[in-house]
Ligand binder design. Sequence first.
Ligand SMILES: Cc1cc2nc3c(=O)[nH]c(=O)nc-3n(C[C@H](O)[C@H](O)[C@H](O)COP(=O)(O)OP(=O)(O)OC[C@H]3O[C@@H](n4cnc5c(N)ncnc54)[C@H](O)[C@@H]3O)c2cc1C
Length: 372
Amino acid sequence: MSEVGRIAVVGGGVVGLSVAWWLAAAGYPTTLVDPRPKRGASWVAGGMLAPVTESWPGEEDALELGRASLDQWPEFAARLTRAGGDPGLRHEGTLALAMDSADVGTLAMLADHLRDRGREVHRLSGRELRGLEPTLGSSVRSGLHVPGDLAVDNRALLTALHAACVRSGVEFVTVSADTVHPGGVELTDKSTVECAVVVIAAGAWSGALHPALHGLVRPVKGEILRLRTRRGALPVPTRTIRAHVESRPIYLVPRVDGELVLGATQQDVGFDEDVTAGAVRDLLRDAERVLPGIAEYALTETAAGLRAGSPDNLPLIGELEPGVLVASGHHRNGLLLAPITAAAVLSLVREEELPERLRAACPSRFGVEVPT
Ligand SMILES: Cc1cc2nc3c(=O)[nH]c(=O)nc-3n(C[C@H](O)[C@H](O)[C@H](O)COP(=O)(O)OP(=O)(O)OC[C@H]3O[C@@H](n4cnc5c(N)ncnc54)[C@H](O)[C@@H]3O)c2cc1C
């Protein structure tokens, strides 16, 4: 183990908790700074681990990074189950649905793109899709089955990561960070957490913590609904369902206990966490086209979260200056990318070379001065 002293991780969403757990489990004394750990966008997220159906031509780096992290998920989840609790990993895959002729063409393109990259994907008729998921509506025309996608219960994941951190000896400081610099984290109560290395993992709020991140990380609002099947209502599907309804993307991610997460809007509107009536209306109306039985479900929660966007939608994982690392900008894929991010930060702390595919996430691509 390299001789570094204490490591401070700023931010206790899925990224910060994964990084802190990984570092502490590797033997580094670790402090996690967050006034409200286990919340942030991670608390709101859908739970898809879906690099394939999130991928489009031109986004090859994101697909490859996502695939590499997806491959690490089963081992990450198994280790987490032993260390902190079961994150509820699901293996049933995704159905991407076409609702009109434009969608049929778009999905055909996506299927070709994915096959060209060696991914498993099956084209299915509306009838075949309803054979797999009998509660799908009659307006579903055709679609793709992507068996390799996984899903996770984001809240079970956060609980398990938090427990794993506690058991590995991570120290929690529940005060906001004001700024970070080599050697320490300045807190809003005017105290300082002294450390040898700081990892900025504060999601959409990371931009305010270090000058190199100003203007690079921005909030991207997403609204989401949680529903629950009731006695007499149809069961929730077993697979993640994705569709475009009148060009609006929606997804439905089932949980084992009869909950269904319905998302999500995507807007660049700054630090706004209100759920609007229009978003609830659109999401429910679009979901009913896909899954008519949803009208009988109980609507249990509406929520908004702030994804951390970067200019090219790839994360920022790397060194900003000696002693200051960043692990942020995970945008729509922070849950998916948690294992690869935690492993990358551990490698950076150990001063090991990162795998080639992580070069695409290096902050130097935006002209941030990275020491060689
Ligand atoms: C509606 C929606 C659906 C999504 N669905 C998916 C999905 O299905 N799959 C997927 O992979 N990703 C999904 N995402 C994206 C995913 O949620 C994020 O990429 C991920 O949660 C980012 O994790 P994070 O730890 O970087 O940030 P967050 O989870 O936002 O955590 C940031 C943490 O930093 C803390 N913090 C902020 N400022 C400070 C400060 N000054 N000092 C100390 N702490 C601070 C906050 O309290 C918070 O706990 C979704 C996002 C949204 C909004």
